[in-house]
Design a protein around this ligand. Structure first.
Ligand code: ATP
Ligand code: MG
Length: 195
């Protein structure tokens, strides 16, 4: 079985994440995509605005209705800072017969050489990279042993980020259709990102 892992802060999960996950699934022939919220993301300057529980619940709502999507709480359950290499070692141990590929946007692809223990990571897993507006990918900048583990797949440019969602909640209040309907309701009921 080949599983795509889409990790993120998901503060909140949005339509861009879901489009990326689905394009990766069909273009790379994945059997499933597991949506995996980070507990404490290692690279972000600010703590998430929504609680860990809220980010998890929104990921669960977003995964509903797509039989190939599954939310996994492995990083939340582990606790602490979510370093990919530790997660990958856990996954490989827990699911010895499964092959994993990480699904990442172009902004992340560019940073791969800086990931903690990237040389160990690329020994275990491959990456599926997707285009993202504002991030020109220059694969020649990436060392060959990492580059050879990245498969780029086409995706329509979707100019949505969690930052845009949080800002739009404050500015106009409405993020309808920028996030799945169930997530939109969750944001409104819980008055998330209003201030
Ligand atoms: P923030 O604005 O808070 O950084 P984000 O929208 O970048 O949020 P993350 O949770 O940081 O979301 O990203 C998780 C993963 O999803 C990353 O690999 C990121 O590159 C990818 N991703 C997010 N939005 C898009 C998009 N619109 N197109 C392609 N990839 C995306
Ligand atoms: Mg981001």
């Amino acid at each position: 079985m080949l599983v795509g892992i889409m990790g993120g802060t998901f503060d909140p999960i949005h339509t861009g994440h879901l489009i990326a996950a689905e394009r990766a699934r069909v273009e790379a022939g994945l059997d499933e995509v597991w949506l995996m919220p980070a507990n404490v993301p290692p690279h972000k300057p600010n703590a998430p605005k929504a609680s860990t529980q809220q980010r998890w619940e929104m990921v669960c709502l977003a995964a509903e209705g797509n039989p190939f999507f599954r939310p996994i709480d492995i990083e939340i359950t582990k606790g602490g800072v979510s370093y990919s290499i530790q997660t990958i070692e856990l996954l490989v141990q827990k699911y010895p017969d499964t092959e994993f590929a990480y699904i990442i946007g172009a902004d992340m692809v560019q940073y791969l050489p800086q990931w903690h223990r990237i040389d160990d990571i690329v020994r275990h897993i491959r990456f599926i990279g997707l285009a993202r507006p504002g991030y020109e990918l220059d694969m020649d900048q990436i060392p060959a042993h990492i580059r050879s583990r990245v498969k780029l797949v086409p995706m329509p440019q979707v100019d949505i980020s969690s930052t845009v969602i949080r800002e739009e909640r404050q500015r106009s209040g409405s993020v309808r259709y920028l996030v799945p309907e169930a997530v939109n309701r969750y944001l409104e009921v819980n008055r998330l990102y209003e201030s």
